[in-house]
Write a protein that binds this ligand. Structure first.
Ligand code: SF4
Ligand code: SF4
Length: 314
């Protein structure tokens, strides 16, 4: 698999980056050994880069998998907004993965230059860790075009992680063309670009080949984060995303069924999930939470807000 430099960061990443959200407790909740084994299988097949976040609770899988590849590139994200929360997130990451170095540390779910400003004290903390060599680069992840445009105003945010896909599904404040323009601008500024949600959270699985073709045609994307839960998915994606025909057994083993959000019937209608969802996909109806499947991108973030543990991506 091709390895390229992530913008001007000096960090080198494979054409696809292993998204770990899908194997963790917010989604499939794979047993530890099984999940770590699939990450190691990804390494054996040329992937050198893992995508996680404090929210995902997948550091234990990564810690175990890093035993077979201690120098893998690790990208993580957090909601820190000041020095204290940044320190806590940094410690959680290095202790969680068992390594005193994080390649890319990101502010999670940024919406615009305003939210970046609101988190600047955390950025200052991470910049100090970068100067000490404990962090390779700083960046942000976003579903918003304005999030990318905001990052473009901050040279110290040298990596962006925007939502990019064939139909633009999940982009909160614009369409595919708007996101392409903003991301191209970021690339021209020398930023590293990691694209997320190439299958739109499962909406585009029925157009899988077309969705992959589209992503492969974006010259300003350095790596594409793909969530995977099985070895068949790994084999399929490491072939398909570099333009090869996936092995037959891998193609037969991958699911074409879009995942869906399941809300258990013990929902108490507190509404915390609806407040957490940035896609406007949840509402209360008849005293319980109801999902709009057209808007939901199956990120599973609402599950982390539910005190009754009634939400799962299946
Ligand atoms: S409903 Fe939940 S899984 Fe769907 S987009 Fe909103 S936060 Fe993500
Ligand atoms: S947070 Fe949980 S209990 Fe509250 S409305 Fe949402 S699903 Fe129901």
């Amino acid at each position: 698999m091709n390895i390229v430099e992530l913008g001007g960061t000096g960090i080198h990443v494979s054409a696809i980056c292993f998204g770990t959200l899908t194997m963790g407790p917010l989604q499939q909740n794979l047993p530890l050994l099984e999940g770590a084994g699939i990450l190691e299988f990804g390494f054996e097949n040329g992937i050198n880069c893992l995508d996680t976040a404090e929210l995902y609770q997948t550091y234990p899988y990564i810690k175990l998998a890093l035993k077979s590849k201690p120098d893998a590139v690790v990208i993580t994200k957090c909601y820190a907004y000041d020095a204290a929360t940044a320190k806590s997130s940094f410690r959680a990451a290095v202790e969680g993965i068992g390594r005193e170095y994080i390649d890319v540390f990101m502010l999670h779910e940024q919406e615009s230059a305003h939210t970046i400003r609101g988190h600047y004290e955390a950025i200052e903390y991470f910049l100090k860790r970068r100067e000490e060599g404990a962090i390779g680069a700083l960046g942000l992840s976003t579903h918003h075009v304005a999030g990318v445009l905001g990052a473009n105003r901050y040279p110290e945010l040298s990596v962006i992680f925007p939502l990019v896909n064939l139909t633009g599904i999940g982009i909160a404040d614009g369409n595919r063309d708007d996101m392409e323009q903003a991301t191209m601008q970021a690339h021209a500024l020398g930023k590293g670009v990691i694209a997320m949600k190439p299958f739109g959270g499962g909406h585009l699985l029925s157009r899988r080949e077309e969705a992959i073709q589209y992503m492969r045609g974006l010259p300003y994307v350095h790596t594409i984060a793909v969530g995977m839960q099985t070895k068949a998915e790994v084999l399929y994606n490491v072939a398909a995303f570099v333009g090869k025909t996936p092995p037959e057994e891998a193609a037969a083993g991958i699911s074409l069924q879009p995942r869906r959000l399941m809300i258990h019937d013990w929902c108490e209608g507190c509404g915390k999930c609806a407040l957490r969802c940035k896609s406007g996909a949840l509402r209360l109806e008849g005293g319980v939470a109801v999902v709009d499947n057209e808007k939901c991108v199956r990120c599973g973030y609402c599950a982390s807000a539910c005190p009754q543990f009634c939400i799962k991506v299946v």
